[in-house]
Ligand binder design. Structure first.
Ligand SMILES: *Cc1c(COP(=O)(O)O)cnc(C)c1O
Length: 385
């Protein structure tokens, strides 16, 4: 393998694997048959029939030995569990918000937040909504509006360091218009999953925060990949090279009034999430909603052991060795694909490489879904989902 342009450290996994799981073999003929039975829908494949499953990073990773050890200490009391207090202490230490509400995953945090703060006809601006975030906004009869910077949508634009940023001028325009009264909340997604997984700069978060607070509107961060975003700020934004990822994370959240979080991403667990905020009245409302659908306020939709695993994962995800490896590994994959002339979005974000399937397969017209066709072909030829 060609390793030019990568430091040794990028390649060296900062962990040791001490448990293995058997993978079944499939033949090409079996894969064709399975795909036909699944109506060419890779989501309907059984995971045992896949050798390399890249469907998502959400909740699919292996946990650390410290997380497994913490799981054994999980306290499953219905109310007042010490596992909750441990979880709450870690979340408050990193995110800094006064109220911490556990949920079974990120979308539950979104649903509760929006049900408690939106009404029909409202507008929610975001650098770009993740699909569940948009769906939860729209379920409340509100409209999800995306304000990415123009360069994010232009594949010929010069590569920027923070392509995930929000277009502050479009937000300013909305907030100085009559439509401002329909904006009860503004969100920024870090990193910007819908648009290439690109990072958002501290300066952008600060500017959006200032604008929101000038207009008296709370800013919430969709924090799913906050640690990766902190790493990009450390390595790309002036003035942050000497800061730790923890310090950077604390500063990012200091500009916000709350956040939603899927711990299945940068919580490094298989299930979990939370909603956090400073506003006490809103927190009370959210907790009442939580009890109806997720569970009591000290466990949300989770077991005590899950809360323990999140508490450890949120600390481990901020370790520099881990972040350097994670972001470097994604860059390595993008570089290898590029060497093989596969068009990918560059520079890549922190958690995925986005292939431009339409550019890779120009002979397949858009109406025949080139990205879908590529996904099916990858399974048949490469055993990859
Ligand atoms: C995954 C994700 C969510 C939703 O979280 P779930 O845990 O899957 O419900 C929301 N926003 C972003 C940016 C995400 O990546």
């Amino acid at each position: 393998m060609e390793l030019t342009g990568h430091s040794y450290k990028t390649f060296f996994e900062p962990f040791r694997i001490k448990s293995v799981e058997r993978i079944q073999h499939t033949t090409r003929a079996q894969r064709i048959q399975r795909l036909q039975e699944a109506n060419y829908n890779p989501f309907k494949l059984n995971s045992e029939e896949i050798t390399i499953d890249l469907l998502t990073d959400s909740g699919t990773g292996a946990m650390s030995s410290d997380q497994w050890a913490a799981i054994m200490k999980g306290d499953e009391s219905y109310a007042g569990s010490p596992s909750y207090r441990k979880f709450e202490r870690v979340v408050k230490d990193i995110f800094g918000f006064r109220h911490v509400i556990p949920t079974h995953q990120g979308r539950a945090a979104e649903r509760i937040l929006f049900q408690c703060s939106l009404k029909e006809g409202d507008l929610v601006p975001n650098n770009a909504h993740f699909d569940t975030t948009r769906a939860n906004v729209e379920k409340c009869g509100a409209k999800a509006v995306n304000f990415p910077i123009p360069e994010a949508l232009d594949s010929n634009a010069k590569a920027l360091l923070f392509t995930g940023n929000m277009d502050v001028s479009r937000l300013a325009e909305l907030l100085s218009s009559k439509r401002k009264e329909y904006v009860p909340i503004v969100m920024i997604t870090i990193t910007n999953n819908t648009i290439g997984g690109y990072p958002v700069s501290m300066e952008n978060i600060k500017m959006v925060s200032k604008l929101c607070h000038y207009h008296g509107i709370p800013l919430f961060l969709d924090a799913c990949r906050f640690a990766e975003n902190a790493w990009f700020i450390k390595t790309r934004e002036e003035g942050y090279a000497h800061c730790t990822p923890l310090q950077i994370a604390r500063e990012m959240f200091s500009y916000a009034d709350g956040c939603t979080m899927s711990a299945k991403k940068d919580g490094l667990v298989n299930i979990g999430g939370f909603l956090a905020m400073n506003d006490e009245d809103l927190a009370d409302k959210c907790r009442r909603e939580l009890i109806i659908s997720e569970g009591f306020v000290t466990y949300g939709g989770l077991a005590g052991r899950d809360l323990e695993a999140v508490a450890v994962g949120l600390r481990e995800v901020l370790e520099e060795d881990y972040l350097q490896y994670q972001v470097g590994f994604v860059k390595m994959l993008a570089d290898l694909l590029r060497e093989h002339r596969i068009p990918v979005l560059t520079p890549p974000g922190g958690h995925a490489v986005y292939i431009d399937a339409a550019a890779m397969l120009p002979h397949i017209p858009k109406e025949q879904f080139p990205a879908w066709a590529l996904g099916c072909a990858l399974y048949v030829e490469g055993k990859i989902r």
